[in-house]
Design a protein around this ligand. Sequence first.
Ligand SMILES: Cc1ncc(COP(=O)(O)O)c(C=O)c1O
Length: 368
Amino acid sequence: MIDIQLVREEFPILANKIQLSSCSQSALHRDVKNNINKYIATWENDGMNWELWMEVCEKARMKFAKLINAKTSEIAIVSSVSHAISSIATSLKPKKDKTDFLVSKNDFPCIGHVALSQNNYNIKYADFNNDNLSSIINEKTLLVSVPHVSYYNGAISDLEAIVHHAKEKDSYVFVDAYQSAGQVDIDVKKLNIDFLATGMQKYLLGIPGIAFLYVKEELAETLSPKITGWFGQKNPFAFDGEVVDYAQGAKRFDSGTFPMINGFAADSALDIILEVGVKNIERYLEDLSQFTLDYCEKNNLEIVSPLEPTLKGSNTAIKVDNANFIEEELKKNNILVSARADVIRIAPHFYNTKDDIKFAIDAIKKLV
Ligand SMILES: Cc1ncc(COP(=O)(O)O)c(C=O)c1O
């Protein structure tokens, strides 16, 4: 059970604003701010403290592994999801009859940008929610990319079915979990996923600049990252630029110096999520989803998200003609929502209430 009153006190912004923008940026928790300040203090007072900075980033790596039921050795520290998919796309080696890189039409555009920038793949786009999986994933498919939850309308992908078809055709699966991590339970082992990446900015209560890449244990050492650097080596402090000696496991996908301050934010943000528990968050948000869907319907607002709460994440996307205008107007009234193309996304987290949502929808209704 989430004690909403206690929870809300930990997010100072909620005293003045309604923040419903977790699909873009979640609210700042006191502990995250304090940990960021700890980094600043060590920089200001000690000049530098490499040992502590590295230790905190390593702790964040370990906590992220726990979050998705992976081993710590299966996690790389990267800078963004764009970085993660670039690392994977440039490491795999398409063979003569296996060159297809299947991008989901639901994927965030960075996946398509990275795919189209490669010159050794045949890029195909698929609608995994409607296409026939056994015909789109075939012998030619080397890599399938799918978002766990859509950034646009919050739809949850049927990862079990997609992985099942991919494995039948000996294809790899990359899951972009940026819109699910922190709000929808992830178990990479149960799902048998090959690669998964997420940043910290959305439901994970952190900031951009750090992201995590899961690489399945059996795969990591078969791959030679092309996007690399000294932190991806067995011994970065050997200072030998005349050999490439990749680190063991997914650590070989680390590249340059860790994004230290972002690591401090991630370290405490992950503590909060692990303590509250993703399954509790998921249950709480399902209830808010049902309320949002019902209240939108009552107000005759057009929803482009799935109408069944268990098929969607927190985000409810409302179709509007003037999304950016509405986002700006609501901001003037201390309500934070997120516009994307033709929708306004209402994306609560475990610190939001039904009143927050009602207030936001009432305000939207006046502007459509
Ligand atoms: C699902 C998803 N993937 C990727 C991104 C972009 O990630 P990054 O900026 O870390 O490359 C976003 C950003 O909104 C997103 O929602």
